[in-house]
Each structure stands twice: as structure tokens, then as C-alpha cells.
Design a protein around this ligand. Structure first.
Ligand code: PLP
Length: 331
């Protein structure tokens, strides 16, 4: 199943401020593991797809917005592994389809639209029954891959990465926080996770993380002597909320890509990297800290917002990437 995937490289950010403060910042490039099924979305899909296979279910149905990275990755994975996929999209159909949905259709995903009110029922048994009546026996993956199979996959993000125990702070952007919980379940002693919610009022995720972590550890199918490492959320870098993009954020992403050769998406990674660079300037991290920033991918989403440079430079650099660490200078 994994034959098309690369081990993600870890790349160090050269920053004068970090150096002066005796702090190291490294980036785990999950955006480079696969051209389409990249970032944390692959990890959230993996055990869902294996569970579908174990149930001999060859149709995957899942939910997402019109720009969803999860819809994009599910469509690609379905196509790659020979599964039928149905994407239930929030809101009305808009033609022409945006780049995300065009891609999904090109990967043979069938799209179905639900008005926003009905879409809110996406996690209810009633709606699932209706969808099964319409499409037959389908394996339902929740929006964003946010279930215990998703957590299970995310416990593998740091697996097999040489030297990963040397980092003491792991940083990740959060939507549902499934990825954060998976990471927190896979850490060594003395390590912690810092999550950056991209939704406004991300404080609600605190209970959600507790719930997911406890359910995972209580479920014999999943828990294997793991513990939940300490985690914290930094809730003030949402830039107005989910899908909201400010010029300052776009400018930061462009500059960061130029200086460090790492493209960022505006919805998730851009906000986290902005937050970290800002906290660094404010003296938030203590001397000797070694940070590992998870680049969770999501670059396909930039096309809808900025169809010019970032996306193109990403595909070009993907083709030429040779897994060597380049050195960068901070100006
Ligand atoms: C979906 C997504 C996230 C959020 O992951 P959660 O597990 O829902 O917190 C973060 N970054 C990117 C790029 C994503 O596509």
C-alpha cells in the first residue's frame, strides 16, 4: 500500500533570531510524501481504508467543504487503491467546479451536495442511513478523517524518523485536532505538542482532544501501552477564523517560501508558521528548545486563493526534490 510514498525529509530553518536565542527549528515535510495524498491526510486515511478493506467494503463515502484537502486526498487514494469514492460536499453546486473538486472528479469521485442545514447532520445515524439507502453499503469516514482510525494513523507520523526523540516541542496546526492527539499518543518522555487551531474560538478543542485521547486509550483495538503526552493549544493565530486569509498572512507565506524554500498553505500551515515566528520574536521559547514543526501539506488549497506562484513553484520543487537539506539564510 505504501509503495508510492516517500519518507518525509526534515529540514532545518536558519533563523538569526532562533540562533541568537539558542533555539533550533526544524520542519517535517509531510507535504512531500506523495504528490496528491500528502500531509496529515494520508495518515488519517490509512487505517480507515484498511478498516473498509477488512469489512470487504469497496465504497468510501466522506464529507467536506468545496476546498477540502480531505476530499482531495480521499479522491486520490480511492483512485490509487481501486476504491469507489463518494464526496458529500457542503453547500450548493457551483459551476464551473473549483480546482479541488475538478481534481476529485478527475479521480473518479462522485460528488453529492447537501445544503448547509442538512450538512450539519453529517455525523448523525439518520443521515448515514439515508445515504446508505441511496448509495448502498458504504464505509463512512467522518469529515477531515476525524475518528479513532484517523488518530491511529497519526500516531505513525513520527515513527521511523531518525533523531526525532531529540526534539522537545512538536508543533502542528489544528482543525479537528485528530493529528495533534495522534502525535501526543506517540511521543517520548519530555516531549510535548503545541497545537495551533485555525478556527476562531479554538478553545473548544481542549475538550475534544481530551475526549479523543481518552477514547483511544480506552479502546483495546487501538491502545498499545501508549500514553498521552502533554499538549497545549495556542489559540490566537486564527486570522479571523477558518478559511479567512489576511494580506499580512499571504505576505508572510510568500516571504517564508522565498527565504526557506518551503511553500505554506494559507489555511493551516501558514497560520502556524506565522505564530511560531511571532512567538520566537517575542521570546516565548526557552533557550535550548528544539522545535519540530509538522508541515501538514494542504498546498492544493492555495489554488482557490492564489492561482499564480505558490502552487506552480510547489509542483516544480516537488519534481526536483532530492531529499538533501539545503541551507538557508535569514535576512
Ligand atoms: C486537515 C488539515 C489539518 C488539520 O488536521 P486535524 O487533524 O483536523 O487537526 C492541518 N493542516 C492541513 C494542511 C490540513 O489539510
Amino acid at each position: 500500500m505504501l509503495s508510492n510514498f516517500h519518507l518525509p525529509p526534515i529540514q532545518q530553518i536558519k533563523s538569526f533570531i532562533a540562533q541568537r536565542a539558542n533555539i533550533e527549528i526544524h520542519v517535517l515535510r509531510l507535504d512531500l510524501i506523495h504528490p496528491y495524498i500528502n500531509g496529515n491526510k494520508w495518515f488519517k486515511l490509512k487505517y480507515n481504508l484498511l478498516a473498509a478493506e477488512a469489512q470487504r467494503n469497496t465504497t468510501i463515502l466522506t464529507f467536506g467543504g468545496a476546498y477540502s484537502n480531505h476530499i482531495f486526498a480521499t479522491a486520490a487514494a480511492g483512485n490509487l487503491f481501486g476504491l469507489r469514492t463518494i464526496g458529500v460536499i457542503r453547500g450548493e453546486e457551483r459551476l464551473p467546479l473549483n480546482a479541488t473538486l475538478q481534481f476529485a472528479v478527475s479521480q473518479q469521485m462522485e460528488l453529492v451536495y447537501l445544503d448547509r442545514k442538512t450538512y450539519r447532520q453529517r455525523a448523525t445515524v439518520e443521515l448515514h442511513e439515508q445515504l446508505k439507502e441511496r448509495f448502498g453499503e458504504v464505509f463512512i469516514i467522518p469529515e477531515g478523517g476525524a475518528n479513532l482510525y484517523g488518530v491511529q494513523g497519526c500516531t505513525e507520523i513520527l515513527q521511523e524518523l531518525p533523531g526525532v526523540e531529540e526534539f522537545n516541542i512538536i508543533c502542528v496546526p489544528c482543525g479537528t485536532a485528530t493529528t495533534l492527539v495522534g502525535l501526543a499518543l506517540s511521543l517520548h518522555q519530555q516531549q510535548m505538542v503545541m497545537g495551533f487551531p485555525v478556527l476562531k474560538g479554538g478553545e473548544f478543542l481542549v475538550d475534544e482532544c481530551d475526549r479523543l485521547g481518552k477514547n483511544y486509550l480506552a479502546n483495546h483495538k487501538f491502545s498499545s501501552g501508549r500514553f498521552l503526552a502533554p499538549w497545549k493549544l495556542v489559540c490566537n493565530y486564527h486570522f479571523g477564523g477558518y478559511g479567512k486569509v489576511k494580506p499580512a498572512l499571504m505576505a508572510f507565506c510568500q516571504k517564508f517560501a522565498d527565504e526557506h524554500g518551503i511553500p505554506l498553505d494559507y489555511i493551516y500551515t501558514g497560520k502556524m508558521f506565522y505564530g511560531i515566528m511571532d512567538l520566537l520574536q517575542k521570546g516565548f521559547f526557552s533557550s535550548g528548545s528544539r522545535l519540530l514543526l509538522i508541515h501538514t501539506g494542504g498546498l492544493q488549497g492555495n489554488t482557490g486563493i492564489d492561482s499564480t506562484c505558490l502552487q506552480e513553484s510547489f509542483w516544480l520543487s516537488y519534481g526536483n526534490f532530492d531529499h538533501e537539506l539545503r541551507s538557508y539564510t535569514w535576512c
